[in-house]
Design a protein around this ligand. Structure first.
Ligand SMILES: [Zn+2]
Length: 298
């Protein structure tokens, strides 16, 4: 019998525990940052905070909070049930009132608390986003709209809303904080996982949002041409420019694959089943592929 002294057994146990730890860490390295899904308000830069959002249901979209000496500008309003939560979190970083709510687009996980905010703040959005809200009978459409570009100046800060073209919808605003070199992209960019664990993939909202998967790539090129070093996506962790470049190349790959499918005679009814993007990081179905099929067939 070759019984090892207990000190060796401990070393072996410790060794396998270490190996497990390393393996777990490597696994974690492949996960998107932002987990384990904190919804605490987080400082991104001086004067700019994020209230994280990971999905359309429980946590809504990412809210950006720009704090100035004359009041607060927030980007997007999550869900109706999260109004108090947003207000309380903003109170924890500023004594000033929320003066403006800027919406990236009309979807209910980004405009859900608009009706409550309208009682004390102005709401700004792209003209098409407002029109879409009216058609969809969503509560709290913006009072102030624009088409190309507009700015809010408050407490020495400028916050720009820029329309860069169609993508997720026909009314997506990119919110640009020029002094902080940061953008909020709305759902023109999504990244990482929903809080229930599935991977976020882009949604081409053709039916109600009049979006365009074909034009989305050019819209992202315009976004990448702006000077910034941090992007708050519609949902998920704050991203680098390289990560947004990766998102753009996935979008291009999707377009190329649908175009090739059409070229070899693929039928519209089969497109959703035929196009897989698991290998580029978008597992499962990307919503709106049949709309993209129509667009690329024209
Ligand atoms: Zn959306």
């Amino acid at each position: 019998m070759n019984q090892r002294p207990s000190v060796f057994r401990h070393v072996v146990v410790l060794g396998s525990a270490l190996a497990l730890l390393v393996a777990a860490q490597q696994l974690r390295g492949q996960q998107p940052t932002g987990e384990p899904f904190t919804t605490a308000i987080t400082k991104l830069k001086d004067g700019l905070y994020v209230i994280p959002g990971y999905d359309g249901a429980a946590t809504g979209g990412n809210v950006a909070v720009r704090v100035t000496s004359e009041g607060v500008i927030v980007v997007d309003s999550k869900l109706p049930t999260l109004y108090d939560d947003i207000v309380n979190k903003v109170k924890s970083v500023s004594a000033h009132p929320i003066r403006y709510v800027l919406n990236t687009h009309q979807h209910g996980d980004h405009t859900g608390a608009n009706a409550q905010f309208l009682k004390s703040a102005d709401i700004l959005m792209h003209r098409n986003a407002r029109a879409n809200m009216l058609t969809m009978k969503l509560a709290g459409p913006g009072r102030i709209v624009y088409t190309g570009q507009q700015s809010v100046f408050l407490g020495g800060a400028e916050v720009q809303m820029r329309y860069l073209g169609r993508g997720h919808t026909n009314g997506d605003s990119v919110i640009y904080f020029p002094d902080l070199r940061t953008v909020h992209t709305g759902d023109l960019v999504v990244w990482g996982k929903r809080s229930q664990g599935t991977i976020l993939t882009p949604f081409m909202d053709y039916a109600e949002g009049h979006g365009s998967g074909k034009e989305w790539v050019a819209t992202l090129d315009k976004l990448l041409a702006i000077e910034w070093d941090a992007a708050i996506p519609g949902h998920g962790p704050v991203l680098t420019k390289d990560q947004v470049r990766t998102f753009r190349s996935r979008m291009q790959t999707m377009n190329d694959r649908v175009a090739a499918f059409i070229k070899r005679g693929g039928k519209k009814a089969d497109v959703a089943g035929a196009i897989t993007l698991d290998d580029v990081g978008w597992p499962g179905a990307v919503r709106g592929l049949d709309g993209l099929y129509d667009e690329l067939s024209r």
